[in-house]
Design a protein around this ligand. Sequence first.
Ligand code: ASP
Length: 471
Amino acid sequence: MKLRNIEINNKIGEEVTLFGWVNSRRDMGKIAFIDLRDRSGIVQVVLVPSELNEESQAIIKDIRPEFVLEITGVVNERGEKQKNPNIPIGNVELLAKSVKILSQSETPPFEIDNEDRQAGEELRLKYRYLDLRHERMTRNMQFRSDAMLFIRNYLHEQNFIEMHTPILSKSTPEGARDYLVPSRKFPGKFFALPQSPQQYKQMLMVAGMERYFQIAPCFRDEDARADRSPGEFYQVDMEMSFVSQDDIMELAEDMFTKLVKTLLPEKELTFDKWPRITYAEAMEKYGSDKPDLRKDKNNPNELAFCWIVDFPLFTEQTEDDYFHGAGDKWAPSHHMFTAPREEDIPLLDTDPGKVRGLQHDMVLNGVEAGGGSIRIHSPELQEKIFNLIGFTEEDKKEFEHMLTAFKYGVPPHGGIAPGFDRLVSLLMGESSIREVIAFPLTSDARDLMVEAPSIVSDEQLNAVGIEIKKT
Ligand code: ASP
């Protein structure tokens, strides 16, 4: 097994073999220094010709940045003046005995060792495998992985079961456009990629799973916004049976507080107990349902979480709403499965605009980090909501499986789905969520590395019964 660079910190005096990329090289007369990078950190390698075997001496002059090397040498403590406590491998260096070039590199299209002179985003995404070599990007990917593991462990300890729901699925009403996948077996019919596992997770509650979670890929064909990635993103999708709204908020609050305290001890939480603010109060006091409650907005380490509750169940429909039917007035504020507050149910018949929903939004530093709700679990109430948002009998048929399932003993249930990429980017202090996704799409939804979307062959189109319209 390869020794990780960082592991030489406690191997002073030993001979070791390291593998990695040339981050940079410096020539000082006869002696050369190579900064050898692997995922764990950068080691300073000292190349003194008299210490090297003959073959190695001959190739030293050829070595350039991003070559992949195998270096055997002795770990030495650095002189007191050369020690650098600010880097992970700052007290030791490797005196090379033999150097082997495992692969060569052309000059990269941008500098890897210089974060300050970062290339434009298009170039970075085209050569993402090089961009990810940057220390900052590697750190972001490592934190993403650590956060994922923390969440998994936490939820497993709380008796959640981790399950996968289908990717080839059916249109889900989260309010965006679907990505469609044509069916070959049933020409003219389509799968939709899930905008979220909403309906499946509710079905898992009917199935008696009681506590489910999944770090779930979600697909939404919508235009990019600063805090959204077009195309696909991940949610920490959770659903629980026999819970109150308080239970859901307490669980999420405890999990993310512990995550921050464990993984990012340098961060400062503005509130130990996250404030719960009603939608009405937030709008009146802050003019926003995503208030930024940081005490010092210039402090990069401050994290101000809060909850927003008591949203109106409906908003007035606009032309852009996914739900509109002729002359329909109401669109769900969250989604159509959110339960109204018990005491507001009578208002559904008289003044639907006044009904408050059991929705909870998790807000961090002025950004919506996730939303959820207590769900409707009565088929009659669900049908009433369908009617209010203008569903025809045909529309309702699309959700018949839910209305049917609800007839067979459905537990009261609810959940939440914090946006995983979004939280990771906020916690890492990144302004764009693309900085914490390994291979994100561009803001206009293209993958520049593999060049997707792409044209497919006539044969493939024929197989799924599709003809492209000539424009
Ligand atoms: N499915 C919802 C969403 O994607 C989250 C939830 O209600 O649990 O926003």
